[in-house]
Design a protein around this ligand. Structure first.
Ligand code: HEC
Ligand code: HEC
Length: 372
C-alpha cells in the first residue's frame, strides 16, 4: 500500500526524488561545515606529535651545542629559544607611541598648550624607553642590540622564519666554522647529513614552538646564554676602491663625527679573522685587555700620563689603532701591534670598533661582556 502510494504515481515519485535530493544536500552541507573544525583538530594533533618528535631529535642532536633549553651555550652556538630569533622588539610599542605624538606635535593645527602636553608625554615615554634598555643591559653586554631586535631583518632574510630554520638545517652554514669553534653542519640526507626531510620538519616545528609572540619578556631575553654573531665580516669583503682611514689622527677624528658606530658589528670585526684584534687583546701578557681600555680612559689612569696631555679618549683610541707606536702603553713593547690598520680599516669599520671598545664603559660588566 505504502509502496504503491509513493512510487506508483508519477507526482509522488517526483516528490520523493526532490526530498531525497534535499536530504543529501543538507547532509553534505553539515559535513562541509564540520570539516574545517575536524581538519583543524586533526592538524593540531599532527603538529603536537611533530613537535614531540622534534623535541626528542633536538635532545639527541642539537642540545650539546644549542643547550637543553635552546638558549645557546657560551662560545659554542647561539640561542634559538630567544626573542631575537623571533624578531620581538621590546621598544616597538613605545616607539610607535612617540612617533604618533611627534607627528601630532609637528602638525600646524596643534596649539602651544597641547604641544607642551605632548612634550611631557614624550619625555615620560623616553624615560620608560631608557629604563627598558637599562633592564636589557645583561643581553646588551652579551652582544644584543635593542635597536635592531630582529635576527632575520639584520641578515636581510626576506623569507619566513620557518624557511630560515628549515633551510639552515638542510644545508648547514658552510662558513660558520670560521667564526665559531665548530660550525653548523648540514643535517639533511640531501646534503650528506643523517636526518630525513620529515625529521627536519619536526625539528623546525619544535623550534618554532618556542615563540611567545607578544608575551616575550625582558627576562627571557636576559636568560639567553649566547647570542648569534653576524655571519659576514665586512672587513673580508672590502673592495680595493673603498676609502680607508689612513693615519692622520686629527683628520680621522673630524671625519668620524659623521659616522654612527655599531658595537655589535664592531665586536664581530674585532673578533673576526681579518683583523684579529681579539687574538692579542684577550691575553694581558700580549696586549692590554680590551675591557680595561675604555675604563682606564674614563677614570684618568691612562690620560694622566704627561705624554698624553690634551688627548681626548677618542683621539687616544684612534691613534692607538692607526699609529700604535706614537704612544706605547707602559709595560708593553713597541712594534708588536700591526702598524698598517690605517690602510685596512674603513671609517665605518673604525667607528664600529670604537663603539665596541667603548661598550666596556662599566668595569663591573666586564665578566659577562667579554663572553659575548
Ligand atoms: C657542533 C655544534 C652544533 C650542533 C650539534 C648543532 N648546531 Fe645549530 N648552530 C651551530 C652554530 C655554531 C650556529 C651558528 C651559525 C652561524 O652563526 O652562522 C648554529 C646555527 C643554527 C641555526 C641558525 C640560528 C641563527 O640565529 O642563525 C639553527 C636554526 C640551528 N643551528 C639549529 C640546529 C639544530 C636543529 C640542530 C640539531 C639538529 C643543531 N643546530 C645542531 C652549532 C651547532
Ligand atoms: C699582534 C698583537 C696585536 C694585534 C693583532 C692588535 N693589537 Fe692592539 N695592541 C697590541 C699591543 C702589544 C699593545 C700595547 C702596546 C702599544 O701601545 O702599541 C696594543 C695597544 C692597543 C690599544 C691601546 C690599549 C690601551 O689599553 O691603552 C688599542 C686601543 C688597541 N691596541 C686596539 C687594537 C685594535 C682595534 C686591533 C685590531 C684592529 C688591535 N689592537 C690589534 C697588540 C695587538
Amino acid at each position: 500500500m505504502l509502496q504503491r502510494l509513493l512510487i506508483e504515481k508519477m507526482e509522488h515519485r517526483i516528490i520523493v526524488g526532490i526530498l531525497s535530493f534535499l536530504g543529501i544536500m543538507v547532509l553534505v552541507g553539515w559535513i562541509a561545515i564540520n570539516e574545517n573544525g575536524r581538519m583543524k583538530a586533526f592538524q593540531d594533533q599532527y603538529l603536537a606529535r611533530s613537535i614531540e618528535r622534534g623535541a626528542a631529535l633536538f635532545n639527541t642532536n642539537c642540545a650539546s651545542c644549542h643547550g637543553n633549553d635552546g638558549r645557546g651555550l657560551l662560545g659554542i652556538a647561539p640561542a634559538l629559544n630567544s626573542p631575537y630569533l623571533f624578531g620581538h622588539s621590546f621598544l616597538a610599542d613605545i616607539d610607535r607611541r612617540i612617533d604618533t605624538l611627534t607627528r601630532e606635535r609637528d602638525a600646524a593645527a596643534t596649539t602651544d598648550e597641547r604641544k607642551a602636553e605632548i612634550d611631557a608625554l614624550i619625555a615620560d615615554l623616553n624615560s620608560e624607553r631608557n629604563s627598558r634598555i637599562a633592564q636589557m643591559q645583561p643581553a646588551i653586554s652579551a652582544g644584543y642590540n635593542p635597536e635592531r631586535p630582529s635576527r632575520l631583518a639584520n641578515l636581510g632574510w626576506s623569507g619566513t622564519l620557518n624557511s630560515y630554520i628549515y633551510t639552515t638545517l638542510v644545508h648547514g652554514r658552510p662558513v660558520s666554522g670560521l667564526y665559531w669553534p665548530q660550525g653548523m653542519a648540514a643535517w639533511s640526507q640531501t646534503a650528506g647529513g643523517p636526518l630525513r626531510g620529515d625529521q627536519l620538519e619536526d625539528l623546525t616545528n619544535y623550534i618554532l614552538n618556542w615563540d611567545k609572540g607578544n608575551n616575550w619578556t625582558i627576562d627571557d631575553l636576559n636568560a639567553v646564554v649566547q647570542h648569534p654573531i653576524n655571519p659576514v665580516n665586512p672587513a673580508t669583503i672590502v673592495m680595493a676602491s673603498v676609502e680607508t682611514v689612513g693615519t692622520n689622527v686629527a683628520e680621522i677624528e673630524a671625519e668620524l663625527v659623521s659616522y654612527t658606530g655599531d658595537p655589535v658589528n664592531g665586536q664581530a670585526l674585532y673578533n673576526g679573522a681579518a683583523f684579529a684584534c681579539m687574538g692579542c687583546h684577550m691575553n694581558a701578557a700580549v696586549a692590554p685587555l680590551t675591557q680595561n681600555t675604555y675604563p682606564n680612559l674614563l677614570n684618568g689612569t691612562r690620560l694622566s700620563d704627561p705624554a698624553l696631555a690634551g688627548y681626548t679618549a677618542d683621539r687616544y683610541l684612534i691613534e692607538s689603532i692607526v699609529a700604535p707606536n706614537a704612544y706605547v702603553v707602559p709595560g708593553y713593547p713597541a712594534g708588536v701591534m700591526p702598524q698598517n690598520f690605517g690602510d685596512r680599516l674603513t671609517y665605518q669599520d673604525l667607528a664600529d670598533m670604537l663603539a665596541y671598545i667603548k661598550s666596556y664603559d662599566d668595569p663591573g660588566a666586564q665578566a659577562s661582556a667579554s663572553a659575548g
